[in-house]
Design a protein around this ligand. Structure first.
Ligand SMILES: NC(=O)c1ccc[n+]([C@@H]2O[C@H](COP(=O)([O-])OP(=O)(O)OC[C@H]3O[C@@H](n4cnc5c(N)ncnc54)[C@H](OP(=O)(O)O)[C@@H]3O)[C@@H](O)[C@H]2O)c1
Length: 195
């Protein structure tokens, strides 16, 4: 996605088979700025180590469903998790990863998992959104210039079940941590779809 246009979602177009998928748990995990930017130049716009740790903790042992571009920005299969890459390229392969050619096929491949994770990017969030039951959002408290946006979410269908605010270590005057990155502040927000 090269422009700031949003991926569009429609819940009205779901076929009965796809509605069946929505009955299972499917999580989406994403970090987005206050202006809903999630990416720039094929990469994340920030480095927030607490967010990477939360990502690892939540997703460990589960299936990760991602678009081919997000996979290439990560560059490898993440240990302890099953990688599913969605691509239109029929000959695409990567050792250790499973390949799907639609969101439905990816969800099917992860069907034995109690909570598979959609990990992006924008194109795949948009495809998966109608099936998603849980959203793990990291809201980055900064306006960011980027080229990839979180698809519009109709928040009236979602209930925030947990939130915690963290301050960037570098901005805490008492913190001498060498790991301090000077990154932006952020809030972890967990949502469940309202039935
Ligand atoms: N902030 C965050 O939490 C977060 C998370 C993940 C990613 N990101 C960022 O998001 C950006 C990448 O997102 P993106 O939207 O450009 O790409 P993407 O969603 O990662 O991948 C797009 C690719 O998925 C495949 N695809 C899309 N629709 C498909 C369909 N209907 N059927 C089969 N395959 C399909 C295509 O692969 P082929 O071209 O191979 O056919 C397409 O090029 C990067 O900047 C990344 O860093 C941010």
């Amino acid at each position: 996605m090269n422009s700031l246009s949003r991926q569009t979602l429609s819940l009205d177009k779901l076929s009965p088979e796809i509605e069946d998928f929505s009955m299972s748990n499917l999580a989406m995990i994403v970090a987005a700025s206050t202006n809903d930017v999630i990416g720039v130049d094929g990469d994340l716009p920030w480095h927030i180590s607490a967010d990477l740790k939360r990502f690892k903790r939540l997703t460990m042992g589960h299936h990760l469903i991602m678009g081919r571009k997000t996979f290439e920005s990560i560059g490898r299969c993440l240990p302890g998790r099953t990688t599913i890459i969605i691509t239109r390229q029929l000959d695409f392969e990567f050792a250790g990863a499973q390949i799907a050619h639609s969101i439905e096929q990816a969800i099917e491949l992860a069907s034995g998992d109690s909570l598979p994770f959609i990990i992006g990017g924008a194109e795949i969030y948009a495809l998966a959104m109608p099936h998603v039951s849980h959203i793990y959002l990291t809201r980055v408290h900064q306006k960011i210039d980027g080229d990839t946006l979180l698809p519009e979410i109709d928040w009236k269908h979602w209930e925030m079940v947990k939130t915690s605010t963290e301050e960037s270590p570098a901005e805490k005057p008492e913190s001498p941590s060498p790991e301090a990155t000077g990154g932006p502040d952020f809030t972890f927000e967990d949502y469940q779809r309202i039935k």
